[in-house]
Design a protein around this ligand. Structure first.
Ligand code: KG4
Ligand code: ZN
Length: 343
């Protein structure tokens, strides 16, 4: 089965061609530079950029895969959650293409698709989904828009264990970075500066670390960084102190993410932990997850850095699984679900 998948839920325009669990192509056009000027994603601009880029991106994905539109057996797109006008661009284009080709159309939950990106292996070139190695797992999805823990009991079967009750972890990186005067998105900059800093230099709160639930909260941490900077403004004039600040904030975020993920995995009795989403690019998070999983004898599967951020490959992989499993397909008159909550 050959499938074209489109992803336009936030600020990445992406198209991928997937065939029998292999990714023949995955083209991503990021809008980061555009939104950086405004210090965050501007929904109306995102939608316009998707409108401009979607067809060229889809065309280059088909070209790279050596597949023509007539060879497609199905078309998939992100149905939600996401920015309404951004979602509409990819979803309606995919639906129209399926309609014109008279082929099945699959609308996919963006968060559910994230659960599959850690299973996509192969580095560069032709990537494949490693379903042979599939193990029940606890999956950490952590990006600018979401932070959640999901129990993936078997292929296509999952249950959300917990999520953020306020800011996502990526948002915490971005907002505390902004307080330090770092450019948007601050996550990768904090990652870089933290490598030269002391994570024990300043003590910031680890929100909800000892609560029995699997929920996260990062807005209190952000507020405590705000007050800390207000009370010690001179720190920002000293590069070493900024590096220490970055390392200390990062350590607080990473400790909460790692400890709550491991605790959930042990409680649920799974032997595997997976992680995806933009923040999974963070080197300290990758290192600490590796250390903790090794210590607790858990297998760790981290999404490849190129697939941590939003991409259509994961949408296509999940859509194909759903089609092969004979899951009910959304009707051609389905609509986007901007607030679609994964259950
Ligand atoms: O998944 P993503 O590209 O977009 C969504 O939010 O859906 O994630 C972007 C987020 C931003 O908040 C960005 O600062 C964060 O991921 N991020 C990082 C790193 N790379 C990206 N945060 C910490 N360390 C990084 N290396
Ligand atoms: Zn995402």
């Amino acid at each position: 089965m050959t499938l074209l998948a489109l992803e336009t839920s936030c600020d990445e325009t992406s198209a991928a061609v997937v065939r029998e669990g292999k990714i023949l192509s995955n083209v991503v056009s990021s809008q980061i530079a555009l939104h950086a000027e405004y210090g965050g994603v501007v929904p109306e601009l995102a939608a316009r950029e998707h409108l401009k880029n979607l067809l060229p991106v889809a065309q280059s994905a088909l070209h790279a895969a050596g597949v023509s539109v007539a060879q497609l057996d199905a078309v998939a797109a992100t149905q939600g959650p996401g920015l309404p006008n951004a979602l509409l661009v990819g979803f309606k284009a995919a639906q129209a293409l399926a309609f014109a080709l008279n082929k099945p159309f699959v609308g996919v939950n963006h968060h559910e698709a994230h659960l599959y990106s850690p299973w996509i292996t192969g580095g560069s070139g032709m990537l494949a989904a490693d379903f042979v190695a599939f193990q029940p797992n606890v999956s950490l999805i952590v990006s600018g828009g979401h932070t959640m823990l999901v129990l993936v009991a078997s292929d296509l079967k999952h249950r959300v264990l917990g999520g953020t009750i306020d800011d996502a972890a990526g948002e915490c990186f971005d907002k505390t970075g902004k307080l330090m005067g770092l450019p948007y998105p601050a996550g990768p900059v904090i990652d870089r500066l933290a490598e030269q800093g002391n994570p024990a230099a300043f003590d910031f709160p680890r929100p909800l670390l000892h609560d029995a639930n699997d929920d996260f909260s990062f807005s209190g941490l952000k507020t405590s960084v705000r007050y800390f900077i207000r009370d010690h403004p001179a720190l920002l004039d000293d590069r070493k102190s900024v590096c220490d600040l970055c390392a200390s904030v990062q350590a607080a975020i990473v400790e909460v993410l790692v400890k709550k993920t491991i605790r959930a995995a042990k409680r649920e009795g799974v032997r595997c932990v997976t992680a995806s989403g933009g923040v999974t690019c963070n080197r300290a998070l990758r290192r600490e997850l590796e250390k903790a999983c090794h210590h607790h004898k858990l297998t760790l599967r981290l999404a490849d850095k190129t697939l941590c951020t939003d991409n259509a490959a994961m949408i296509g992989i999940l859509a194909e699984r759903k089609l092969l499993a004979g899951m009910p397909l959304p009707l051609i008159d389905e609509e986007i679900k901007p607030g679609w909550v994964l259950a």
